[in-house]
Ligand binder design. Structure first.
Ligand SMILES: [Zn+2]
Length: 157
């Protein structure tokens, strides 16, 4: 399965935890990390990895996710043979989109933070194949930077 999307944090980030098995930073138990952590200062703009509809935006619901995403956005995107994926943007400090909104590639999702179960400011990005709930490691493409006009237009929305 090859999921090719834009990077959600344009620059000034460090991958603090890759996709795969790791020692969990809080529980210290070896566990599967189903996403990618982009360490970046609180308030860093988080961008949409691909065009798609926002299905959840706000604090996670009780018992929704064992890891504690805190303030999170879930976006539905379609890739490959029109397969649907949910993209999770976790631990945000602020949200710039709303449920039901269609956001283009590199549209503004919100600002990074450390809400939920988190040991420091970072974005947890996770992709799940909706059919099976399987978590998939995305491949990040070098997407075009947003032009100034684009950005001004988006802010007005
Ligand atoms: Zn994570």
């Amino acid at each position: 399965m090859d999921l090719r999307v834009c990077r959600p944090v344009p620059d000034k980030y460090k991958i603090s935890s890759p996709f795969g098995m790791r020692i969990h930073p809080i529980s210290k138990i070896k566990s599967f990390h189903g996403g990618i952590d982009f360490a970046c200062p609180t308030g860093t703009e988080v961008l949409s990895v691909k065009e798609g509809k926002i299905i959840r935006a706000g604090w996670q619901d009780a018992n929704e996710h064992e890891k504690g995403f805190g303030i999170r956005v879930i976006q539905s995107i379609h890739c490959n043979n029109n397969e649907e994926y949910y993209i999770y943007y976790g631990h945000l400090s602020d949200i710039s989109c709303y449920e039901g909104q269609f956001i283009g590639e590199k549209g503004i999702i919100g600002s990074s933070g450390s809400s939920g179960s988190s040991t420091g400011p970072h974005l947890h990005l996770e992709a799940r194949l909706v059919d099976t709930s399987q978590r998939v490691e995305p491949t990040f493409l070098e997407c075009e930077k947003i032009g100034k006009n684009d950005r001004a237009r988006r802010k007005k929305v």
